[in-house]
Design a protein around this ligand. Structure first.
Ligand SMILES: *[C@@H]1O[C@H](CO)[C@@H](O)[C@H](O)[C@H]1NC(C)=O
Length: 280
């Protein structure tokens, strides 16, 4: 009797706690990399460990690399090339998940492995391809359900930006357009809510590029990631890992005239997105 009451209370408590985060998932973890080479940074190892380790079920989504070739033919991915790097990391159960068709992405059959997955990884490319395939489908719902059950989602470059709420550089005409007018390419998958995520900011000199995004959407936190650099999100906090800087576009701060409206974080820094402060 007392045990049943305790169990009921703990379920209630976990529901209350679950609704409590404003940015990151309440249970799942996110690894968000700014593109480039993350070898020897420990970032990929951290992702695997957040997924539960090498014996768990991993899903790799190559879709950002494109849905069609130059001739308009449906692109066929080579499964062994997509999952090869993960097998070499020692992961045994790796599944490639790809379709160009939102109709297929909405089926039971397509989402079968995803429903049992512990971790999902999004490769780089152009982020709008991921939207075209999965937005509004059962696959999209299953990505979120994986986080609800405590799984890990990771990605680099386009696979970083897709994780934000606003889709930075979603324009089909080219990655140089930071804010697209295409209505269907403005929303990311919001694994990290209230955020706009940019990548390659050091190598492609994109330091200032989130300024207009945050000016237009002041409720968002802008996160610009350098190459080989990641944020690892747990609830409303993240930790910076890797080689270079993360630019935090935070419009709740006062900036001196002539100063840029963002500040920089480095590897080892821990940050509270809710209070917009470094955790000392
Ligand atoms: C897929 O890639 C592997 C490894 O690079 C290669 O051996 C194989 O022939 C490729 N398969 C197809 C169908 O292109």
């Amino acid at each position: 009797m007392r045990l049943a009451l305790l169990a009921a209370l703990s379920v209630l408590f976990s529901i209350v706690v679950a609704d409590n985060t404003e940015y990151g998932p309440s249970r799942g973890k996110l690894v968000i990399i700014g593109g480039g080479n993350a070898v020897n940074t420990g970032i990929m190892e951290r992702f695997v460990s957040l997924g539960g380790g090498i014996s768990k079920n991993f899903i790799i989504v190559p879709t950002a690399n494109g849905n069609r070739d130059e001739d308009g033919n449906v692109r066929v991915y080579n499964r062994s090339q997509v999952i090869g790097p993960w097998l070499r990391m020692g992961i045994k159960n790796v599944h490639m998940l790809h379709t160009h068709s939102p109709k297929i992405a909405d089926t039971d059959d397509f989402t079968k492995e995803l429903r049992d997955a512990d971790a999902v990884w999004f490769d780089g490319g152009r982020q709008w391809h991921i939207v075209d395939s999965y937005a509004g489908t059962r696959t999209y719902t299953e990505f979120h359900k994986l986080l609800d059950r405590g799984g890990a989602i990771g990605g680099s470059s386009a696979g970083a930006t897709i994780q934000g709420e606003y889709l930075v550089r979603g324009d089909t005409a080219g990655a140089q357009i930071v804010m697209t007018k295409e209505p269907n390419h403005q929303k990311g998958f919001a694994f990290l809510r209230r955020s706009a995520i940019d990548q390659h900011i050091n190598t492609r000199n994109r330091w200032d590029d989130l300024i207009p995004v945050i000016a237009k959407y002041p409720r968002l936190l802008g996160i610009g990631l350098s190459e080989g650099t990641a944020i690892v999100v747990s609830g409303d906090n993240f930790e910076v890992m890797g080689k270079a800087k993360v630019a935090i576009h935070d419009n709740t701060k006062q900036y001196k005239a002539g100063d840029k409206p963002y500040y920089l974080l480095s590897a080892g820094d821990r940050y509270d997105m809710k209070t917009r402060r470094k955790i000392e």
